[in-house]
Design a protein around this ligand. Sequence first.
Ligand code: ATP
Length: 362
Amino acid sequence: MPYLSLKNVSKVFPGARALEPLSLDVENGELIVLVGPSGCGKSTLLRIIAGLETPSSGEIFLDGKKINDTDPSRRDVSMVFQNYALYPHMKVRDNLSFALKMRKYSKVEIAKRVSEATALLEINHLLDRYPKEISGGERQRVALGRAIVRHPKLFLFDEPLSNLDAKLRVQMRSEITKLHMKLGATMVYVTHDQTEAMTMGDRIAVMRSDRKKGEGGKILQTGKPMDIYENPLNRFVGEFIGTPAMNFVEDIEFNAEGLPQIKGISGILRGFDGNIDFSNTVIGIRPEKVKVSKASEDKGSMNISLIERMGAETLVYLDYEGFSLVSKVFSRVEMKAGQKARVEINAEDAMFFNRQDGRLLS
Ligand code: ATP
């Protein structure tokens, strides 16, 4: 049996469907990331696992036991929040030991666990400071330490890095991943940031709620980061995972030879089968698969609207009468905004999605 198992868990708040019935299994020692846009029910799901929210239906099993009726304090689960939730009137040392004191651990055991955690997180020098006397990144480390000292069965993270600046976020992201490897602990990590999901998760569960249809959050796809990147099961997942987002080509017409082309521009699509029913199909193409080169003539070319040089890679934004594409290039780009570029998309690099429901066709 999986270590953590959610079976048909749903949540309806008065006036809001937060989660449709969904199931998820997490193996012992796994770090799974729940990722999706704001309001898709990620935090609600995490809070249900922690026991801070009661599910409207479904069962939750942890380490072989059903925990639906177990009080949050007895679930053996530690949660790390975005706002750190440290006690402001307690020094770091007391913040770290508080939960253990409440559970009547011996002084020797508390000292041992606090010293293990502070060594692991390199926060020994902060023990006698108050939360207001340390930086945001240090506070987040203390919050992690407070979870670690409890030796929980399960760690739950609710957007723990959102309050940090960009550089620190990247640093803490890799620290949590390393921590996960060192502790071998089971972790469920919630974020709306697809880069965090891609880089941290052993597996990712991509969530979405469709408010227009009045639907709460669902899990659209679960899998290893690269499997999801390479084989998104539907258009939403393809677009949400990966940055810049996947390009989509919707306006297809046929040239004199009966081959498909992007409306108004010939020569971009290569190797596409004229038998595909494009009235029902959208082409998806990752930016790194869109090839660009300098165009000497106007035929079959697009306008370069913007170039962003990021160092190792360059993003070339292209448009043609309202249709736009972005290309990611890993070599030096000598072209300039305002120039024309020849663009190439090969059929073997493309994905095909159903126009109506967005599911992957190929
Ligand atoms: P975010 O990334 O913005 O935190 P989320 O994916 O974590 O979003 P949730 O906070 O789980 O989303 O909320 C899911 C839905 O349930 C939202 O539509 C939200 O408004 C609603 N919701 C959450 N908590 C409550 C509540 N206590 N009462 C009513 N509706 C709620």
